[in-house]
Design a protein around this ligand. Sequence first.
Ligand SMILES: Cc1ncc(COP(=O)(O)O)c(C=O)c1O
Length: 384
Amino acid sequence: MTGPPLPKRIYLSPPHMGPAERALLLDAFDSNWIAPLGPHVDAFEREFCETVDVPHAAALSSGTAALHLALLMLGVGPGDEVLVSTFTFAATANAVTYLAAKPVFIDSDRETWNMDPGLMEEELAECSRRGKLPKAVVAVDLYGQCADYDRILAVCGRYGVPVVEDAAEALGAAYKGKPAGSFGAAAAFSFNGNKIITTSGGGMFVSSDRSLVERARHLATQARDPAPHYQHSAVGYNYRMSNLLAAVGRGQLRVLRDRVSRKREIFRFYRRALGDLPGISFMPISGYGEPNHWLTCILVDPARFGATREEIRLALERENIESRPLWKPMHLQPVFKDCRVRGGSVSEGIFREGLCLPSGSNLTDQELERIIRGIVHTACRPSA
Ligand SMILES: Cc1ncc(COP(=O)(O)O)c(C=O)c1O
């Protein structure tokens, strides 16, 4: 026996394409530049630089590749330590291990969920006492909210440790009026399918240091030396972005502002509808910046709300609505169980109670109301 048909599936953060992307993709196709180089790659890099107000950029096959190259450029190598936000997606820490270096995890600041600058400072002080400073710090702009760069850069500057900004989730956000991605020695962006703009898969390495970006571009192209034959003086990677995908990225950049304003509206919509419910709170928004609200995230206190975040997730799933727990902190991941962590209880609490709500910029107000009904209903009947 089959039940009634399910309502239309609502996804967490699906791609949102328009006519400009289609036209540019067809232009790339018709020009026969079907390669990891070409005019759309060059133009995407130029236009991206204007968007994030950083002078140099290299378009890559993923955000993870951008993080890997950033750390490589900063000289991270075997046996080195790199301080990393524990509350992040695995790619941030994985990039460190690609270089046979070790991540050291730093807990979140309760007020922003990003790397706690105070704990980072404590760790740097202890590393300095032990006589081995980390080779770099990777701060993450989580769920589209920038880390506190004034504090992070001031402390790291004192110790002479460079900062990489993992801005994979934060394109279109700002910190004290400056765009995400413009802090630190280099920054990485992602155009993975779930990001605020996407090329299906892709990334961008940006820096104000021209030589870093030129070297990154060289290494991303199999480190091919300028010679008519194939000659290589270094080990390279196949990390460049395809011209077809860069064309899609150019179209997406044109609508970035609209995407960000819709994400901000969605956040406000949820907050109006759910903000007064007992036991529900939202990701704290710092006074120093403007998040892009890539995903709207809530915390659920089960004692006050009457249901756990998992009960809400399962109830939404029965309504064909996708939601997802927040990132599981890296220090709790089996693969990183041997790594050092400073603090940890803040991100553990956020993980235990946190849920990402559907936040696609193409969600309609009616769909938002359907999601909200699903959440409110769970409070009354948690195990229904
Ligand atoms: C914080 C963070 N860092 C890095 C990445 C890796 O980006 P990509 O999937 O493009 O490799 C992602 C997302 O996928 C991310 O959310």
